[in-house]
Write a protein that binds this ligand. Structure first.
Ligand code: F0G
Length: 454
């Protein structure tokens, strides 16, 4: 088979500013070894997130000029709504400024004290919004999804037996069932079409609405088409429509699989829920035809949704991540397998067994990758999850470093560079030491904590 090339050519470029090892050592000290405190000009390859970092296409930039900024009745809203409903035919599409705003509105209505909301794995803002409403969030992922080396093709699947038991035990206190596609927190792992449908049916049998967090729906659809028996001949839009056909609504961050730099939506079928949600929207985001967005943002999303379901793009997208994963695996660098849709996750706990969890092996690795090559990644381990509500600290279930790949931004030589830097750091892993936290805030410490090397 021929090389799967980037299916685009580059019309507009952003320079990357090179830094030296000495400069990066100083920059790390200045940032107290927290990569969130490093300026993006001082990063060579920025893999902090795939959210809002996509390169827009020429057609998206052209669409910006069509943006109609009228307060009400804008044709940009109509184009946005039509593009969403082409793929996810929900009755009401409510624009928001990003995904968490859609979550905040939904859970301010269906959440509340005493309520319990299950999912495969709630993303942290979803969990945060559920908990902020007074409700509780539960993750019912299949066991295979918790093991970094298990090669199950759909490690994002919900555990149906656990969901059945959960619904039987908690019936009246469950306002809805959710599922996240792909499962970001679990490594960008996909959910099978069969699992999505089974979850929908189970929810319906128990009389519960079923919502999908659809941030990476197109990547998930590609995995369904390429891995699930009987799906290979279908078009991606057809698979996407099938994924959402049994759902009652969705939340979405257009900063992922819509190639937009900002935006999101809440979509529902229920008229009464939509009415309440639109009233909240007007209070917090803006009028129903723009949410927290400009007309031009709605245009960029509408065009992005047409582009993201292109098979050449999706094949390249998943291949580009898998390429990095294969090279790391060949060199015995432990990663979460199979590689997911939007990121490569290094298993820092296995790579650095000499660093105990409370000395933050993931943070030590993320800092080492920045120092060695100016690569910015993100610790997803004890720094992020270790602090408990009672003030104590305990190891997270996994010590991962996420290399999130922005869409259509980096080329294969960038990927080769990333691999070289990781292998160089891995070759001297014994010399890596843990970190300690010298200051941390009360909540969400990973964003602003100050570290020092041990
Ligand atoms: N749901 C999932 C699965 C996400 O990955 C995110 C964001 C959100 C909801 C919230 O969307 O950022 O537009 O408010 N994930 C980003 C990330 C931040 O880096 O993984 P948002």
């Amino acid at each position: 088979m021929k090389t799967i090339i980037e299916p685009f050519r580059i019309k507009s470029v952003e320079p990357i500013r090179m830094t030296t090892l000495e400069q990066r050592r100083q920059l790390l000290r200045d940032a107290h070894f927290n990569l969130f405190a490093v300026r993006s000009q001082d990063v060579i390859i920025d893999l902090l997130t795939d959210s809002g970092t996509s390169a827009m296409s020429a057609e998206q930039w052209a669409a910006l000029m069509r943006g109609d900024e009228s307060y009400a009745g804008s044709p940009s809203f109509e184009r946005f709504e039509a593009a969403v409903r082409e793929l996810m035919p929900f009755k009401h599409v409510i624009p928001t400024h990003q995904g968490r705003a859609a979550e905040a509105i939904l859970f301010s209505i269906v959440g509340g004290a005493g309520r319990k909301i299950p999912s495969n794995t709630h993303f942290d803002t979803t969990r945060g919004n559920i908990e902020a409403s007074g409700a509780q969030a539960f993750d019912l992922l299949i066991e295979e999804g918790k093991s970094p080396s298990n090669l199950h093709p759909f490690k994002g699947n919900m555990d149906l037996a656990k969901l059945e038991a959960f619904l039987a035990a908690n019936g009246a206190s469950v306002p809805c069932v959710m599922i996240t596609v792909t499962n970001n927190a679990g490594g960008g792992q996909p959910v099978s079409l069969a699992n999505i449908k089974a979850v929908g049916e189970l929810a319906r049998r128990h009389g519960k609405p079923f919502y999908i967090d659809g941030c990476r729906f197109a990547e998930n659809a590609w995995f369904i088409k390429s891995r699930e028996p009987g799906q290979a001949a279908r078009s991606i839009p057809d698979v996407v429509r099938d994924m959402f056909s049994g759902a009652d609504g969705m939340t979405m961050s257009a900063k992922k699989d819509a190639f937009a730099n900002i935006g999101g939506w809440l979509a529902v079928n229920d008229d009464e829920l939509a009415r309440t949600a639109k009233n909240r929207l007007i209070l917090t985001e803006g009028f129903t035809s723009y949410g927290g967005l400009a007309g031009r943002d709605l245009e960029a999303i509408a065009q992005g949704l047409k582009e993201v379901v292109d098979e050449d793009y999706l094949q390249y997208r998943v291949r580009a991540n898998t390429y990095i994963g294969e090279r790391l695996t060949a060199a015995d660098v432990p990663i979460v397998l199979p590689v997911g849709g939007h990121a490569v996750f290094i298993d820092a706990g296995s790579l650095l067994p000499h660093i105990p969890a409370l000395h933050y092996p993931g943070q030590a690795l993320a800092v080492a990758l920045y120092e060695a090559g100016g690569i910015r990644s993100c610790e997803i381990g004890t720094v992020m999850f270790g602090r408990q509500v009672d003030g104590s600290e305990k190891p997270a279930s996994m010590e991962l470093v996420r290399l999130a790949i922005p869409r259509r931004v980096y080329t294969q030589s960038h990927a080769d560079y990333v691999v070289e830097v990781i292998l160089e750091v891995a070759s001297r892993k014994q010399a890596l030491n843990g970190m300690k936290i010298v200051w941390e805030p009360k909540a969400l410490r990973h964003f602003t904590a100050k570290f020092a090397p041990r």
